[in-house]
Ligand binder design. Structure first.
Ligand SMILES: *[C@@H]1O[C@H](CO)[C@@H](O)[C@H](O)[C@H]1NC(C)=O
Length: 285
């Protein structure tokens, strides 16, 4: 190949990679105005939290299934009382009977104490499926990749490409699965010091505000919803059927044995009549 066309290919490859990550192109700031800032020509987005006022953003597109990767660097130092979220839910988020949502929430902590990564899945208005983890690294010193993989068979939560949780499609057993409506990507940073840190005992230290979380390298391999034709166009790939292979099962077992701190499926006090149906299945289908 002639050096010039090679150079053009390399340049094109670069441009495509850049557009994938461009926050201007893919997201709108939905609240908090100046507390959400897109920088470096669209490569970086920061959210900041001041006393009682945070910020958030939302994808311009809606998706019906996809693999969504986001690199996030969480609020450093004393992050007690802060919650950083990254989730998919319908564009006009309402908590009604049809609400679907796939959630990552990062609950801050006092300096030196670990963040809690809270996950949940809502389908057809029903949530109450929390699993919480500590992380095997400090999420405030560098960017790490958090992934929502959502295909027609299952949802996998991944951290740095390591699966931490699977929610399988068990519609055949009467468990609703979020597959009926397109969802947007949402993220926010807000004050939840009434409950987030050690059950609300540790409050935010506003003398340390603003608290800042940073985002980069957003990537979506997904089916993009076209509202006018009510259909979606998919970027084909392994994500569409991805499950756990033997290596994935080993990794999720490692995470769940060492870092899982709460699992609704084992909370018998909360479900005296018996844990939900999906808990009776293998966790890693
Ligand atoms: C904060 O640190 C405490 C003590 O290590 C820990 O029990 C807790 O899970 C951490 N996370 C939150 C959100 O409180």
């Amino acid at each position: 190949m002639a050096p010039l066309s090679l150079a053009i290919l390399v340049l094109l490859g670069h441009l495509m990679a850049i557009s994938e990550a461009n926050f201007h192109q893919h997201f709108d700031v939905t609240w908090g105005h100046h507390r959400a800032q897109i920088k470096d020509g669209g490569q970086l987005l920061t959210l900041s939290l001041e006393k009682d006022s945070g910020a958030g953003f939302q994808s311009k597109s809606q998706y019906l299934f996809g693999r969504i990767d986001m690199q996030i660097k969480l609020v450093a130092g004393n992050s007690a009382g802060t919650v950083t979220t990254f989730y998919v839910s319908p564009q006009l988020s309402s908590q009604g009977p049809n609400h679907d949502e796939i959630d990552f929430e990062f609950l801050g902590n006092s300096s030196g104490d670990p963040y809690t990564l809270h996950t949940n899945v809502f389908s057809q208005g029903k949530g109450n499926r929390e699993q919480q983890f500590h992380l095997w690294f400090d999420p405030t010193t560098a960017f790490h990749t958090y992934t929502i993989l959502w295909n027609s068979q299952r949802i996998i939560f991944l951290v740095d490409n390591i699966p931490i949780r699977v929610f399988s499609n068990l519609e055949s057993m009467g468990v609703p699965f979020p597959n009926k409506q397109p969802m947007s990507i949402h993220s926010s940073l807000w004050n939840a010091d009434d409950w987030a840190t050690q059950g609300g005992r540790v409050k935010a230290d506003w003398t340390k505000a603003p608290f800042v979380a940073s985002y980069k390298n957003f990537k979506a391999e997904a089916c993009i919803w076209n509202p006018s034709s009510a259909s979606s166009a998919c970027s084909p790939g392994a994500w569409q059927t991805q499950g756990l292979d033997a290596a994935g099962r080993n990794r999720i077992r490692w995470v769940q044995s060492k870092y899982l701190i709460y699992n609704y499926c084992t909370d018998r006090k909360r479900f005296p009549q018996g844990v939900p149906v999906e808990c009776k299945q293998s966790r890693f289908l």
